[in-house]
Write a protein that binds this ligand. Sequence first.
Ligand code: BG6
Length: 496
Amino acid sequence: RIGDPCSIVFFGASGDLMKRMLMPAMWNLRLGDILPANYAIVGFSRSPFSDQSFRDEMRKSVDEFSRSGLAKEPLWSDFANHVSYVSGPFDDTDAYKKLRDVLEHNDQQFGTAGNRLFYLSTPPSLFATIVGKLEDAGLGPHQNKTGWTRIIIEKPFGTDLDSARALQTEVSKVFDEKQIYRIDHYLGKEPVQDIMALRFANVIFEPIWNRRYVDSVQITAAETVGVEGRGGYYDNAGALRDMIQNHVMNLLALVAMEPPVNSGADAIRDEKFKVLSAVRPIDRARVMQETARGQYEAGSIGGKPVPGYREEPDVRPDSNTETYAAVKLQIDNWRWADVPFYLRSGKRLGHKMSEIAIRFRAIPHRLFGEAGEGLDNNVLVMKIQPDEGISLRFNAKVPGPKMHIRSVSMDFNYGTGFGVVSAPAYERLIGDAMRGDATLFTRWDAVETAWNIVMPVLDRWTATYDENFPNYAAGGQGPASSDRLLAADGREWRKI
Ligand code: BG6
């Protein structure tokens, strides 16, 4: 159970994320007895709900999306009693004053002790406005004389390096870095947290986790979904901004960083920042050789026909936005010199699959001649979703009188291994922010560096219209240009 009492305010409370993820997460934190004894939840949005109609809406969301199924009485009524709603325009100071009154009332009624967690789950264009208005209404962290104030900010943090810096300037006028929790839900996924355990709680992996033994690393975040009614947002974002700059970059940092000096939030985030800083900037003149982009056309997923990207609502009919991005990066440090890191993410691919694959070098000498023809390089795969586990590919003798060698795999699966189902990332992350543990949140220096890494690609892709779009069929493996990116290095992508 979380120790500190606290009120949590969700801005954008009538939105999709609130329905599907955030309110079900709050409810499950309550069911699991993880919420503090003294808590209150406030929704803030433009939609004109009353407290009661908001609670009713939230009950519907929980019934539909919670991992624990239908909300049960009498616990739901008790929980709903802690939920209230403030309606108003995001740029109206009076609405924030109403919010302040509600929070003060909560301190009295629920004993929330002046501790406040603000969660910004609105379109990013509103982030700076909300932060400014909180301060105008006396809700800034330095104006809070009784408790602590923290803010969770959803992605994307900026749409490019300059806008991210501008947003940071605004947010940091009101909040100190220690009070800012930039959320990246990938960091809340169990197998992502396990990357550190695998590397630093075992003795056998770390000695080979370097250029001497590793041939290359592939990081994949492949989805089968399209833009899911978010065409307006996505057409101005694209795969590089939507997935690579944040989720995939965080995976890269965790897999490639040096061992932190301790498990504290800053020690870990120092190492993540350091390794991202060592990523070699892509030469602007070579962007087209070091990257590949794609856009899906109509196809079929699981036997069901799906439309092409340009046919999706709110997408420009001649859109130049990529729904698939692949980037080859090099890390200029002692551990990783000359080891390519291949990153890719795309929508409407054949399967949902997020994983990190470490491919090791070939054996130095082939002892088995023809018998060893089925022999392959060792590969360690950290499976993030939908399978959660670790798989090690190695070579073994095929039973029989002859010496035949073939590649086999040794698999660990979290579900069967531990006999539990992982909690959704948002539960873990909201709980951590309430506790004041920022380990799984992205610090500003890493966000800035990640933008720095993708900027040459973003600039070049935006400036060059891709005449070949759309260039991959929904339900496939992505564009041929992506295969060529690896083929140029004598390598292949793992199958999606
Ligand atoms: C979000 C992106 O951050 O992550 C979405 O905006 C994407 O476009 C989603 O679909 C993927 O998350 P997950 O957890 O399903 O891999």
